[in-house]
Design a protein around this ligand. Sequence first.
Ligand code: ING
Length: 312
Amino acid sequence: MARVVRVGAAQVGPIQKAEGRQAVVARLMELMREGKKKGCDLLVYPELTLTTFFPRWYMTDETEVDSWFEKEMPNEATRPLFELSRQLGMGFHLGYAELAKEGGKMHRYNTAILVDKSGKTVGKYRKVHLPGHSEFDPERTHQHLEKRYFEPGNLGFPVWRTMGGVFGMCICNDRRWPEVFRVMGLQGVEMVVLGYNTPNVNSQKPDEKLEQRLFHSNLSMQAGAYQNSTWVVGVAKAGVEDGNPLIAGSVIINPDGRIVAEAKTQDDELVVHDCDLDDTKFGKKTMFNFANHRRVEHYKLIVERTGAIPPP
Ligand code: ING
């Protein structure tokens, strides 16, 4: 019996610095209504979906920095989106900047949540691999200050049993680190959903072309899908934000690592595909049957000889 989840990769076009959250949420709700019309079960929005990609800006004023963060979720700006999801019976993934109080102290994370069809938040992930730098770097053509504004995530790489399958999340740069997919693969993940904000320029290699950035983005996600026999949905915040171009190219990738659907524009665009979670079974039973084929003891040998960091 097939376990089909009709997924809507909800690519979001540019969000200018001056654009308020209410205007952005209205766009997200438009995409959700389009998803309903097309029979979607789950909508996947990008990383930091509610605002412009603010880590490109060097800020020193703490109040200004905090203005890009959500103190609770849902909140006044996003409650209409949660309401609509409940009314339409639509699950969704949302990326945002989280200001969290833990151990009596405030912490800042690059966060994503998974909300089920009843509008209940069933999972939260905090980005572990923060690219870029923490101080202003005059050598770079563009700043990428995620290390300045976020702490590394402290929730690991969990998976959640919901919507009839096993779902996991990661965020943007995480997709470039194979252990991220493998840790979820070892937990039986059947669909990994992720958002990204990837500059269309490499601030340390100005002659790198868009084709190369799209190639590396897809290579990372296709490998993660194939090597763990899982669906992967990668969704871009795209287009030019205050003069800064971001790559688009949102994709839905099947457990064989094939791109089965992709965005064509640099704007708000819904990419829909029927993803049968049972398509993950063959790979998990054969090629990537970890129990039968994976030789963890040999990894330990390497660790003893080379002191390499053992895989998870
Ligand atoms: N963005 C980029 C990414 O990993 C990056 C980081 C910047 C990669 C520049 C390469 C060049 O797709 C985020 N937000 O992680």
